[in-house]
Design a protein around this ligand. Sequence first.
Ligand SMILES: Nc1ncnc2c1ncn2[C@@H]1O[C@H](COP(=O)(O)OP(=O)(O)OP(=O)(O)O)[C@@H](O)[C@H]1O
Ligand SMILES: [Mg+2]
Length: 350
Amino acid sequence: MTLSPEATAPADEVVLEAIGLTKHFPVRRKLRDLFRREHEAVHAVDDVHLTLRRGRVVALVGESGSGKSTVARLLAQLHPRTGGDIRLHGESTGVKRGRQFRAYVRRVQMIFQDPFASLNPVHTIRYHLTRSLRIHGNAGKSAAELERALADLLTRVSLTPPERYLDKFPHELSGGQRQRVAIARALGANPEALLADEPVSMLDVSIRLGVLNLLRDLKERLDLAILYITHDIASARYFADETLVMYAGRMVEGGDSESVTQSPAHPYTRLLIDSAPDPDRLHSLRPDAADRGNGEPPSLIRPPAGCRFHPRCPAAMPRCTTDLPVRLEIGDAPGHWAACWLYDRKEGTR
Ligand SMILES: Nc1ncnc2c1ncn2[C@@H]1O[C@H](COP(=O)(O)OP(=O)(O)OP(=O)(O)O)[C@@H](O)[C@H]1O
Ligand SMILES: [Mg+2]
């Protein structure tokens, strides 16, 4: 099995793109709702744009319920979308079953938060990895080739010597080792993109860095495009090339990780950073700019009009309650933007 991508593919090539991605989950209706005209829905994800490139990590950061996992599940084709498009190498894709779905999954693999739940406790590591290699056609033609492919996978995730791990059950491994097996299983597909939904948040703090370093090593050696979902904006700075911040189903800020984490522009990003202290930080909230609201994210069934963050925003202006902010350039680094009216130069409010 060859795990390296074709030598002809340029680095930074766009692998997967979300364009105006939107997901509304219908709310289960009660009998009296049958007579209502409008149908309620959870506005979990609205108009999300993101681009995953070969050999690059994009972090998607936001608090609980902001829609991060929904974005990952949409990109993995586990949910049908309400609107927008998902393009794999420029080609529009939709949720399909059968062969086309398998072909998509081979190229775009997902890693979940809880490695214990994602591995079957009654099967050995050998079973999990063999199954992945077989399903995706990477098991080779003979028992010896399969054995080599299994050893390759475990070596890739630094579980060596492989024979020490192959015949173990998930409960015989540590949390970090289990997550490494889950990553090896994803690599069994020889994917181009990895969607990692909080891959280290269930792990002990002391082993998180090891797993992030492993993902970084895979990104570099296999030229993988990685979406890294996290609550922890400090780890985004360390691990991701680009950081996107999501609030209540919408993207509020994006740019290279250094700019977004060291010079945050959106009041929500500042709030996030303030709640995760970082001694190197250059910017912080002014003392008078404390969280105005009760600190609760808004209802996604009837999200606030205008900017969804305005009820909590220390800098909210009248137009923030009515007008949906557009992406505005911040100007300190190329590609750094915020969806915030504070940065509307036409208004002269900056
Ligand atoms: N299958 C579903 N049906 C209905 N609502 C859903 C479904 N999945 C998610 N939601 C809702 O969509 C919103 C976003 O959820 P999501 O799981 O994407 O958030 P998240 O940012 O991943 O949160 P966390 O950090 O807690 O994992 C939430 O309000 C959630 O209740
Ligand atoms: Mg989640």
